[in-house]
Design a protein around this ligand. Sequence first.
Ligand code: HEC
Ligand code: HEC
Ligand code: HEC
Length: 203
Amino acid sequence: MRRRGARLATALLAAGLLGTPPAGFPGDIPLLAYLRAYPVAPAEDETRAPPRREEHAARRALSGPGFHDPANPDLRHLQRHDEAVAALPKDGNGFPDWMRALREGRIAPRTSLKGDTEPEVLDLDVIMRNTREMPPVRFPHKAHTLWLACANCHPEPFEPRAGANRIAMADIFRGRYCGVCHDRVAFITFYSCPRCHSVGAGG
Ligand code: HEC
Ligand code: HEC
Ligand code: HEC
């Protein structure tokens, strides 16, 4: 299922490069404007390694220079990011799979500084069907309310009524609706279509 998503994403990237979407391409074409072109080696140079997916901006920021002050003598006392996440399960993009980490008990986040409150967990899936050719989206309240209070999402950015919000994928890529968190603190949207569009796809 994830593999199918990866193929779709690759097809979308290729479409972005060529400037023409493949027949039957679902969704708003303008969202391709947000994507970087897939790096493709020039045809005449056959010795070059196969094209690699570009690193995500978030990953580059973490491992690149400018994130830490190299002149700070305490720098070596900080735990490195790759060390901190080394023991966590990874998702298809190589980022920590936080849901799995939580379910497997590898992390135990607190709901407050003192850790003396329990999260208000709501076990309610909402199926969102305004997805054109894509499989419908299963929005899992449970997975979210294990970490997040209702007020993070209601009444903004979601009116709490199934089907009440008109959401375009381009909005999400622009950082609205699900994109308030996904692509920022939660898993990357672009290479993860089937994680949200999971209804009837075995997800
Ligand atoms: C973080 C969750 C999430 C991910 C990841 C995601 N989507 Fe969506 N998508 C949604 C939601 C929510 C809607 C709106 C559904 C509704 O309102 O009924 C939607 C709607 C859509 C629509 C119909 C609306 C429109 O803008 O045309 C298409 C097409 C679509 N998504 C394609 C994709 C593709 C392609 C990917 C992967 C590149 C993807 N989505 C990844 C959550 C997601
Ligand atoms: C991460 C965001 C998020 C959090 C946190 C969240 N919700 Fe929701 N909620 C949604 C989305 C998305 C929908 C579906 C909206 C749509 O279909 O347009 C929804 C729908 C609902 C609905 C309507 C269900 C229906 O069938 O009409 C209720 C009621 C609701 N939420 C209550 C809650 C409560 C209570 C909490 C806290 C325990 C909560 N939500 C936490 C995102 C969230
Ligand atoms: C307020 C922040 C927030 C919003 C808004 C939000 N999410 Fe999430 N979502 C999270 C966090 C945090 C996680 C857990 C971390 C991760 O998986 O990266 C998560 C995880 C998920 C998962 C993985 C569940 C699992 O069991 O693996 C799905 C699916 C998902 N979100 C779909 C959606 C969809 C669809 C929307 C919009 C309708 C949405 N989310 C909006 C924060 C948010």
